[in-house]
Ligand binder design. Structure first.
Ligand SMILES: [Zn+2]
Length: 87
């Protein structure tokens, strides 16, 4: 499957131009995670499980238009292969 060039390794969101990148503890931009998942060098929701992340994406699917639905669907399929969830 085609992958985004750069995407959050927690939720699968594309990281475009660093705009949505999370921050490290030294305030630099994270190269791996988005601002919703990762802030100041830690996950914003460290206890979240893969299933909970899928639920978040399901809610996203409910709220977004067609483009968001497509992305959320794709993202959900990719979740298990992302760095945060891979074992
Ligand atoms: Zn994320």
């Amino acid at each position: 499957m085609e992958k985004f060039e750069r995407q959050c390794q927690s939720c699968g969101m594309p990281l475009e131009g660093g705009m949505q990148a999370g921050t490290e503890s030294d305030d630099s931009k994270s190269l791996m995670y988005c601002q919703y998942c990762y802030k100041d060098g830690v996950f914003t929701n460290p206890d979240m499980t893969l299933d909970e992340m899928k639920n978040v994406l399901d809610e996203t699917i409910g709220k977004q238009g067609l483009k968001g639905k497509m992305f959320a669907w794709l993202g959900k399929k990719q979740l298990p292969s992302l760095k945060r969830w891979k074992q």
